[in-house]
Design a protein around this ligand. Sequence first.
Ligand SMILES: Nc1ncnc2c1ncn2[C@@H]1O[C@H](COP(=O)(O)OP(=O)(O)OP(=O)(O)O)[C@@H](O)[C@H]1O
Length: 238
Amino acid sequence: MLDAASEPLLRVSNLQGHYGDSHVLHGMNFEVREGELVTLLGRNGAGKTTTMRALMGLLNKRTGSITFQGRETISLLPEAIGRLGLAICPEERGIFASLSVAENLELPPVLRPGGLTLAEVHDIFPRLKERARSRGNQLSGGEQQMLAIARILRTGAKFLLLDEPTEGLAPVIVEQIGAVITDLKRRGFTILLVEQNFHFAATIADRHYVVEDGTVVDMIPNDQIEANAGRLATFLGV
Ligand SMILES: Nc1ncnc2c1ncn2[C@@H]1O[C@H](COP(=O)(O)OP(=O)(O)OP(=O)(O)O)[C@@H](O)[C@H]1O
């Protein structure tokens, strides 16, 4: 039986992943506990996005083990994984350019009970209420990112995979995204965040996994990140 006190919400063991003949995940091992905010840090091409895709069932060739709430999901289809309560906010955001903010928020399927109502979304993202009638392509990068995160909250997901939500955004907007992510954690969401910017990650996360060449090479608790800053900068090539 699942021991809630000791069993992590998500456990990834020896995860291997391929694109066709190209072997890109070489045995990823990590875990995330309920309510935690954990990052995957690593340079371009390390395998962070591919790991996220594997967790969502979106990578066709994957082996090893991914358990969620103690249940094996390695062979499940994306929709079944979504119904368990995982959702991904992809790097490219996927906003529909010709639809309004309000319409973009109506699109996600409700996969399980507990999806946020529009009022709840507007409470977290007041800017999206102000921009409700604006089309996707009229939004700033920061507003698009807010909308992309807001959309996955509509599905009922409780475990959020956020792929580089700060990419390409100005520092003041990065700070706002950080505040939103912290708010979501406070509301009880569990979050796996892909980041290249470990200075930003350190302001919000509990722990960090360092990914290199398709494997996890280190785990750093957040209170030790400054002490490891030099080594991390070398790892991340920053
Ligand atoms: N669709 C694809 N087909 C073939 N190879 C791919 C594909 N997508 C990614 N790769 C390769 O898989 C490896 C891991 O890429 P991945 O996108 O997971 O890295 P990442 O750590 O997320 O980096 P980034 O920050 O650039 O997204 C890279 O070598 C990349 O070139």
